[in-house]
Ligand binder design. Structure first.
Ligand SMILES: Cc1cc2nc3c(=O)[nH]c(=O)nc-3n(C[C@H](O)[C@H](O)[C@H](O)COP(=O)(O)O)c2cc1C
Length: 203
């Protein structure tokens, strides 16, 4: 009986539950090929284990309102890079976030292939993330770069040729049949736990 009531509550959260979740934190991602979504979902699961219930939301379909952003205590953004730039919905999100009079603390993660290299997985070492933070004058409480996925068979002809060229220049695989997931899931775990520490009210 109790467990049925519990599962009903999970399926149909009450408005106060939703408010509670929104207040604690919000987690957003911007993706084209799905890797940032996988990373955001992984972070969401790890946060859930620490009692921080948050659903990862796709910015391409759910750009949050100013009211939503204002009412939360922490926001996290996980966004991928294509041809040197973070996806446009991530930029739109940051424009809205930066329009707030008192924005909540920001957690930032950049997903790209450069981050597969040692030392290029930090806010200082990863040029995309470093430049993004500088250009936008952001002050994230936590920022990291996460290695993404290389999936030549998934790409169209031109993208495949372009990425092969980049890989050739940076010592990566060029065989067009290659699929490699470079994402270091243990690093994603540590990222999630650090977010949990920020989201949970300190005792
Ligand atoms: C068309 C295209 C362009 C890319 N451009 C870059 C790039 O400029 N620098 C980089 O480090 N990775 C680049 N990548 C790698 C992606 O960032 C990586 O595949 C990432 O996992 C994609 O995340 P997503 O699936 O969430 O979109 C590119 C990938 C594609 C398909």
């Amino acid at each position: 009986m109790v467990s049925r009531a519990w599962s009903r509550a999970r399926e149909n959260p009450t408005s106060s539950e939703i408010l509670h979740e929104n207040k604690m934190m919000q987690l957003y991602y911007a993706t084209r090929d799905g890797q940032s979504r996988r990373i955001a979902d992984h972070v969401s699961r790890r946060l859930g284990e620490r009692g921080v219930e948050v659903t990862a939301k796709n910015l391409a379909v759910d750009l949050p309102s100013v009211e939503t952003l204002t009412s939360t205590r922490l926001v996290a953004l996980i966004a991928s890079v294509r041809y040197g730039h973070h996806l446009k919905e991530a930029e739109q999100f940051l424009t809205r976030y930066q329009s707030l009079a008192a924005p909540p603390p920001l957690v930032l993660a950049s997903v790209n292939l450069t981050a597969r290299k040692q030392g290029k997985d930090t806010a200082e070492g990863n040029a995309y993330l470093r430049k993004w933070i500088a250009r936008r004058q952001l002050t994230p409480v936590l920022a990291t770069a996460i290695a993404g996925r290389l999936d030549y068979p998934l790409y169209g002809w031109l993208d495949r040729q372009m990425i092969r060229l980049i890989m050739k220049m940076t010592g990566g695989p060029t065989d067009p049949r290659t699929t490699v997931e470079y994402t270091a899931w243990d690093a994603v775990d540590r990222f999630a736990w650090a977010i949990a520490d920020l989201a949970l009210p300190s005792e």
